[in-house]
Design a protein around this ligand. Structure first.
Ligand code: GLN
Length: 287
């Protein structure tokens, strides 16, 4: 019997449900629309359209990948963030909605004096790309240790027309090999405690780059390195803005306070009420 769009979707929904996938119908539709290069609305309109042999084969391969818990974003090769479409692959952490809070906080700190903004561990490049689209008169830098990851970030900058305003630097954010003086330094560093990595969903711990997630024993290793280094690379009153795990606010605040060179330390919550971002300004805490 012929397989049409509707019968393929029913079959794939069953397969994914049996594999314990949380949203089997939605994932089936996204994967089939990617496979057939049709929108999800088109799948509905043309539900009786028959799949040819190669479409069926490719569709099944893609559903099998999802059954094995590969994230949808890696199967289809892109992910929406800030209402923009970003290229992703296994070399980058798929953009998470919580990082929108980091960007909103950073955008709120921009003033006429803000000129240079650095993102440490830029990954897919979402932070400088979104910020460059939102503010036209700042220069951005995105630093990333992995050249394969950096090439995805560059592709995203080109895709969104901001490549001329972002300097991408291949370097280790934990070493003293980044230079310059910045008005703002932002980062979504790896912050999951090493011992918790195996507790993450299989989609994450089997497919996403662990080095973008693993923040050492307590998840704080990167903050320990970034916070003192940023002090020497921020202008006076410049901002350091960090995404955190919701359990880490007090420890990260202690790291900032211990240096006695950051002021106006604030915690920003996400829309679920969890601590998500810490912002601080370079300057003496005592005025
Ligand atoms: N928010 C990510 C997660 O929970 C972690 C991101 C990070 O370590 N920077 O999967």
């Amino acid at each position: 019997m012929d397989t049409n769009i509707n019968s393929f979707l029913n079959w794939s929904q069953d397969q994914l449900a049996q594999a314990g996938i949380f949203s089997p119908r939605l994932d089936s539709e996204i994967i089939l629309s990617h496979t057939l290069k049709l929108s999800r609305v088109d799948l509905r309109i043309h539900s009786k359209r028959v799949l040819n042999e190669s479409e069926k084969k490719l569709g099944k391969i893609n559903i099998k990948r999802r059954q094995m818990r590969e994230p949808v974003s890696q199967i289809i090769g892109h992910q929406e963030f800030w209402s923009l479409d970003f290229i992703v692959d296994k070399n980058v952490l798929t953009p998470r909605p919580e990082t929108e809070i980091l960007i909103e906080t950073a955008l709120n700190c921009i003033s006429p004096g803000t000129s240079k903004i650095l993102d440490l561990g830029t990954g897919s490049g979402i932070i400088p790309v979104v910020m460059a689209k939102e503010v036209s008169d700042c220069q951005f830098s995105g630093l990333e240790i992995d050249p394969k990851t950096l090439s995805i970030a560059k592709e995203n900058a080109v895709r969104h027309g901001v490549a001329d305003r972002i300097k991408f630097i291949c370097a280790d954010m934990r070493k003293e090999d980044w230079s310059g003086i910045y008005s703002m330094i932002v980062s979504n560093p790896p912050y999951i405690p090493s011992t918790d990595i195996h507790k993450l969903m299989p989609e994450v711990h089997n497919y996403e780059p662990i080095k973008a997630l693993d923040g050492g024993l307590k998840g704080l290793d990167f903050y320990r390195d970034i916070i003192p280094m940023a002090r020497d690379r921020l202008e006076d009153n410049g901002y350091l803005i960090l995404e955190i795990h919701h359990s880490q606010a007090s420890q990260v605040i202690t790291l900032l306070d211990n240096l006695s060179c950051y002021k106006n330390v604030e915690v920003v919550q996400d829309y679920s009420g969890y601590d998500r971002v810490i912002k601080a300004q370079k300057g003496s805490p005592n005025g």
